[in-house]
Structures are given as C-alpha cells and as structure tokens.
Design a protein around this ligand. Structure first.
Ligand SMILES: [Zn+2]
Ligand SMILES: [Zn+2]
Length: 205
C-alpha cells in the first residue's frame, strides 16, 4: 500500500504547530506573567493553593499549611532547646546558625511555586490532536510529559514528584531543588545538634 506523502507532510506541519502551541500552553505559572493582582499586597487562588503577592513576590501556601506550621514549630523548638542547653559561646553561635539555616531553607521550599501550570487557551491544532495527548479535565489543560494533577492542591504540576503535607503542597520541578536543599540542611542540623549533645561532658550527680 503506497504511503500518502501529502498526509504525512500535513501531519508533520501540524506536529510542529502543536509543538509551538504546546510551549505556549505549558509555560509554568509565574506571578509576574500569570496572575493579575489588583494591588501589590493582595492574594489569589490557584486551585487550593493560596498565592500571596508579597510586595511583588508570590508566596504559595498549600492546602496542608497546618502541617507546615507544625513543622516550623518543631524546627524552632529544637533550635530553642539546643540554644538553651549549650555550654559555650561557639556552641551557641553554631546552634543559632543551624536553626536559621533550617528555618530559611524550610520556608523557601514551603512558600515556593511547585510549577503550577496555567490555564492557557489550548489552540485548535492541539485540540484536534487531543486524542493523542493527556488532558486534565479539571484544569482544562493539555498535560505535558511529567505533569500530574494533584487531588489535594487541585492543580496540574509540572514535573510532579509527590504531594508533601509537611511542605503544605506539591513538590514539582520548580521546588524540587529547594526541597532537597531543606532535607540536606535539616538533617545536617540534626546531626550537628546530636554531635554537640554527645560531646557535652556528663553533668555531675
Ligand atoms: Zn489538573
Ligand atoms: Zn499537591
């Protein structure tokens, strides 16, 4: 059976147009380009993620924010306990440093954009080929590879890794690096605290 070259050429062209449209449709959400805040200190919803416009910088608070508050409380409590039990100025400086490091790396991840995909208009060519691609009917977007809809956050996240309750929301391509940074800083701080505690001379009875 002969190959219909016209159809193949048309398909290739449609594919190229679709690729171009896909780049436009999949661009990750960004406060500057994506959300029109009425004023610099306002908020908006992305599914169940609350986005605060903190003076032009977007802070993303997920649906499990209360777990993040518990986590933050735990980090600060461990830091405070450690600062109270040190015996030298060097140990106090070290304890304050690891507590600040853990807190900052935690907040950086917990308040970042995981890579929420915006509800762009999907062009006609993409719609005509939609039988070949995955689509999220809730977000009304065509999902690129690696994208997954989160049932807790109610958004489609690019490079979805998992939904982390302790971070309050999803871990995706945008905050995966800051998530691993927090794990490194958090476990490093705990290891430091443990070493300091083991190095303390035993208190006389
Ligand atoms: Zn979705
Ligand atoms: Zn999620």
């Amino acid at each position: 059976m002969p190959v219909d070259s016209t159809t193949l050429a048309e398909r290739a062209e449609a594919g190229q147009v679709w690729e171009a449209a896909a780049v436009e449709a999949y661009s990750s959400f960004n406060v500057e380009a994506g959300i029109d805040f009425p004023d610099p200190w306002s908020y908006s919803w992305l599914g169940r993620i609350l986005v605060f416009n903190f003076g032009g910088h977007g802070l993303y608070v997920g649906p499990h924010w209360y777990c993040s508050v518990l986590m933050l409380g735990f980090i600060l409590a461990v830091g405070l306990f450690q600062c109270n039990s040190v015996t030298s100025l060097e140990q106090l400086a070290g304890s304050v440093f690891v507590t600040i490091l853990s807190t900052v790396s935690f907040l950086r991840c917990a308040l970042s954009n995981p890579g929420v995909l915006q509800k762009n208009h999907v062009p006609t060519v993409a719609e005509s080929l939609s039988m070949r691609v995955r689509r999220c009917d809730i977000c009304q977007i065509t999902q690129p590879r690696g994208c997954q809809h989160c049932q807790f956050c109610q958004v489609c996240v690019q490079g979805h890794d998992h939904h982390c309750p302790w971070m309050g929301k999803c871990i995706g391509s945008n905050n995966l690096c800051s998530f691993y940074t927090f794990l490194f800083c958090g476990f490093g701080s705990l290891a430091y605290i443990l070493l300091v505690a083991l190095a303390q001379p035993p208190t006389p009875a």
